[in-house]
Write a protein that binds this ligand. Structure first.
Ligand code: 7N6
Length: 295
């Protein structure tokens, strides 16, 4: 409905069943959705654009889409306030040790515990796309030092320092980091980026916040790091695997905050998504599929 409101001159159909999806994919040029299975794509004879509703498109059969000449757009920009606020909340959760306070409250126990201050901390943000930038903006009033990690540091960015992924610079940043925020896409470079060596390099008082994709972190290495107190804690909105199985060890740590890939879900998210999809459709109408590429 939100897309229909924005495109009054278009017919916007909702495919509710696999049969309806199949019919749509065979006959239309512009489809939006969360994912597109390879099997469905094989029938996409008239498809020009798949407007993916996610910011991250690593789950799509990208090579097949390219082979078929289908332009893929993402929803970069859809997660600004939602994930920015989630990350600030996650960081403050550990800074102020709210989990310890909650435990005491549940026991009706009036006893002090040590909290810390965010001011003066170093926050490293891996990925300076729309999400990384929104995190950085929201952290500025807290008086933190920020380090941004991106493929092309020469582009600069809103953080105090901007570095690339090459080992020496990244390791040096990890060693200085109090809060490590992962806000990057899942790529060959970022898969397993936070591995056993990274947890050894990180400060034992540092906190990991992952709102990117589960596999950016080596899960076994994370569990091992938590078991041996090699980091202070972790806030995970994404995990590997997802959903996290009921018997997974990550559920057992008091210093791990888990949310079910939930950081993006707010009512405003759907409005922003509809804006992006409608804008891409307009560009497609005006100038063809490739014009829809840039968000
Ligand atoms: C779907 C969330 C994104 O990439 O991770 C989000 O936009 C998708 C539950």
């Amino acid at each position: 409905d939100a897309i229909r409101d924005r495109l009054p001159d278009h017919t916007v159909d909702l495919a509710r069943t696999p049969a309806e999806e199949r019919e749509a994919i065979e006959n239309v040029r512009f489809v939006t959705g969360m994912t597109l299975e390879e099997e469905l794509l094989a029938a996409a004879d008239s498809l020009d654009v798949f407007a993916c509703a996610y910011a991250g498109t690593g789950h799509l059969p990208l090579a097949d889409l390219e082979d078929r000449g289908v332009t893929v757009t993402n929803a970069s920009g859809v997660h600004g306030p939602n994930i920015g606020e989630h990350v600030v909340g996650a960081i403050l959760h550990f800074t102020r040790r709210f989990h310890v306070g909650e435990r005491r409250q549940r026991r009706r126990e009036w006893r002090h515990y040590k909290a810390t201050e965010l001011q003066g901390s170093t926050v490293t943000i891996v990925g300076l796309g729309a999400i990384g930038q929104s995190v950085c903006t929201r952290l500025e009033p807290f008086g933190v030092d920020t380090i941004g990690v991106r493929y092309t540091p020469a582009k600069g960015g809103p953080t105090d320092e901007v570095i690339g992924f090459e080992d020496a610079a990244f390791d040096d940043a990890l060693a200085r980091t109090d809060y490590l925020v992962l806000a990057c896409p899942l790529t060959e470079t970022t898969r397993g980026l936070i591995d056993r060596e990274a947890f050894i390099t990180m400060d034992p008082e540092s906190v990991l916040v992952n709102i990117a994709r589960g596999p950016v972190v080596d899960t076994d290495a994370l569990v091992a790091a938590l078991r041996s107190n090699r980091i202070r804690g972790a806030s995970l909105d994404v995990t590997d695997p997802e959903p996290l199985p009921e018997d997974h060890p990550l559920w057992t740590f008091e210093n791990v905050q888990i949310t079910p890939h939930n950081a993006g879900h707010t009512p405003a998210y759907y409005d922003r998504l509809a804006d992006i999809v409608a804008e891409n459709r307009r560009r497609f109408d005006e100038s063809g599929p490739d014009a829809a590429l840039e968000n």
